[in-house]
Design a protein around this ligand. Structure first.
Ligand code: ZN
Length: 112
């Protein structure tokens, strides 16, 4: 079965990482990408949205924020089909990566 070139091609397709173009919102720090052609994803604060699929066709949102962001590529272990299914079935497991907020201390709380 594994000797069949069709199976090998299928295995490679299913295990090949997916390249997605992402944006990071400068306000809420969420990383977002569009999982499918009609998938419009907003960040948590709503200032930024992406649409048009993993190739990042459209960016929308607050004009000031949109001017500040730059897209970057990210490899995902999920296949394009898994990303589309996640979108189509509204599972929403992918498309938004929330980074943990860094805790900052104010000057008055620093013990000497
Ligand atoms: Zn945001």
């Amino acid at each position: 079965m594994a000797d069949d070139p069709k199976d090998e091609a299928e295995v490679e397709r299913l295990t090949k990482p997916t390249l997605v173009n992402c944006l990071q919102c400068p306000l809420c720090c969420d990383i977002l990408f569009s999982r499918s052609q009609h998938d419009m994803r907003f960040c948590s604060c709503g200032a930024l949205a992406v649409d048009g699929g993993p190739a990042l066709e459209k960016i929308s949102g607050d004009v000031t924020v949109v001017r500040m962001v730059k897209s970057f590529a990210l490899f995902l272990p999920q296949t394009p089909r898994e990303l589309h299914t996640d979108y189509a079935l509204r599972r929403d497991a992918y498309g938004l990566i929330k980074l943990p907020r860094l805790k900052t201390r104010t000057k008055s709380k620093i013990k000497r």
